[in-house]
Write a protein that binds this ligand. Sequence first.
Ligand code: NAP
Length: 314
Amino acid sequence: MNHLVPFVHNLPNDNESAWLSILRTAMPKMDIRPIRDISEKDRNSVEVAIVANPAPADLSALPNLKWIQSLWAGVEKLLGELPDDQIAIVRLIDPQLAETMAEAVLAWTLYLHRNMPKYAMQQTQREWKQHDVLMASERTIGILGLGHLGKKSANRLHQNGFKVVGWSRSAKKLPGVETFNGDSGLLEIAKQVDIIVVLLPSTPQTRGLLEHHFFENMKPGASLINFARADIINADALTKGLEDRRIEHAVLDVFLNEPLPKTDPLWNNPHVTVLPHISAPTNMHTASQIVAENLLTYFTSKEIPLAVSRQDGY
Ligand code: NAP
């Protein structure tokens, strides 16, 4: 029997077709359909759905839903919109996504390390001015969040010769990375780093975590890369840090409002690089394989893959 699995999303039509085609190829024995193509009667038999920014009302139309498999790594929106803790939320954990993120972290760390924003600005003024070239080992890079993405990124930076420090909720041991935790650990990281990279989830504990005190404790001239979620950084503290030049440059991939409104002053700030949420997009092919494995395990053994902790918010 082919298991019926709804695909519940708010994606544009061409994106839906691309996902359906790849998901169906990865799971030829499952009947994957957009929720609108499933009758009310058949919805009663559904135990698991594949989701990408689902409308909560669509999920409530599945009375026997036990778990959802998200196609994204971040789950703060799902956790906010689905207070029903009877439905387990499984997020995407894809080694390829971690590789892509590690590559992005290395790329934009090198961009800051080799003063590319400064040279881009100088070129607009036809200014010929050389800045010191430091060795990678003379720069300390801090990674906030040492999960699937942070660990791989820390390792990639270490391999590239940078001094790497990292911060997480629980104590960790990582080769080549000095690790910290707790409030005192966060402050220690602020003091040490030349570049801070944010790879934390957005949770009640991390929202607004990087505020004035954090930036005031950073070395003047340190830079910031946010590849996680915008609300982890207090917006006023970021603005002030950039104005006071405590933050030399900020590479921002995530914003409170996306797309970033055309009127937002960040677009014209020469000390900010705006990226359109592109540091580590989900790869449809590898993600579909992970989803296929999770669904197959469930339909064979009724075992739900490791779900997000509602208490911890990630
Ligand atoms: P993850 O595996 O869940 O790791 C989260 C890390 O953050 C863990 O090391 C965790 O500590 C730490 N952490 C959580 N709460 C903390 C707290 N209160 N204090 C200190 N450390 C805390 O997550 P991931 O897969 O690496 O993904 C991280 C985030 O990246 C996602 O939530 C998503 O928002 C974002 N993301 C962005 C993009 C993009 O394109 N911009 C793409 C994918 C993901 P423990 O290890 O002790 O649990």
